[in-house]
Write a protein that binds this ligand. Structure first.
Ligand SMILES: N[C@@H](CCC(=O)N[C@@H](CS)C(=O)NCC(=O)O)C(=O)O
Length: 240
């Protein structure tokens, strides 16, 4: 297994995070937990990715785009090393929690960075600081407009700030309630679903400076401890 040649293409760091993409962090955690060596390649421009989103990976020459597709391939290549120790019910529960974090809470995290007028200057500085000044305003306004439309099409962007905070609180409460007494989602050992959920949460808790969502998440102290516990378990951290 260790003979695999793995290149992981990820977004670079900003806002105190090594990578702004939680999907990249999830894969790093998984690869470390599987003891699979890999090369990390920073690709700052998602348009260069096969499907226009980061991360993607090249494993023994095979190009795989989308973190879940990469996880599924790693599971095959390790003969069930990712999901094989879990029951079908556990895998179902884990996937449902992953979807909650990656397809719902994630969008509120993105909006807290990109669409909150008070936080937006951090994005311009950390993300687009290299664009020369006269162009910077035009480019960032265009990209922000696309982000706003995406958030509206997703549906969450149609709600008031208070309603969005309500969605976030219910997501965070559900995740906190899902942690087992043994410390991780599905028992005493961390698994891929912990990596997925904790990667999103790390992007919320460790984001610098804190966003409105960080402040809400800080109310969930057990969830915060869990997020650190998962990162500690594999010694892979989102923060710099
Ligand atoms: N479902 C994808 C989501 C990847 C994703 O949303 N990546 C974001 C960064 S966190 C991205 O590259 N966005 C660039 C864009 O949409 O232009 C996965 O799991 O890999």
């Amino acid at each position: 297994m260790s003979g695999l040649n793995i290149k992981l293409y990820t977004l670079g760091g900003a806002f105190g995070m090594r990578s702004v993409s939680p999907f990249c962090l999830k894969l790093e955690m998984l690869l470390k937990s599987l003891n699979l060596p890999y090369e990390l390649v920073i690709e700052p421009d998602p348009r260069k990715a096969p499907k226009g989103k980061m991360p993607y990976a090249v494993i023994d020459g095979e190009v795989l785009a989308d973190s879940e597709i990469i996880v599924a391939r790693l599971d095959e290549l390790t003969q069930g090393g990712v999901t094989g120790k879990l029951t079908a019910r556990e895998n179902g529960q884990g996937l449902a929690l992953t979807r909650l974090a990656e397809e719902h809470l994630y969008w509120i995290m993105v909006a807290a960075r990109w669409l909150d007028d008070a936080w937006w200057p951090n994005v311009v500085r950390d993300f687009f600081g290299i664009i020369p000044l006269p162009l910077r305003g035009i480019v960032t306004a265009m990209i922000r407009r696309k982000m706003r439309l995406t958030y509206e099409y997703q549906g969450l962007g149609l709600h008031s700030p208070a309603e969005q905070q309500g969605f976030a609180r219910r997501d965070l409460q559900a995740l906190q309630d899902a942690i087992s007494e043994a410390g991780f989602l599905l028992g005493e050992a961390p698994c891929i679903y912990d990596f997925a959920v904790a990667a999103i949460l790390a992007g919320i808790y460790d984001n610098q400076p804190p966003t409105f969502l960080t402040h809400i998440a800080n109310e969930f102290t057990e969830l915060k401890a869990y997020t650190d516990r998962v990162q500690e378990s594999v010694d892979v951290y989102g923060r710099k």
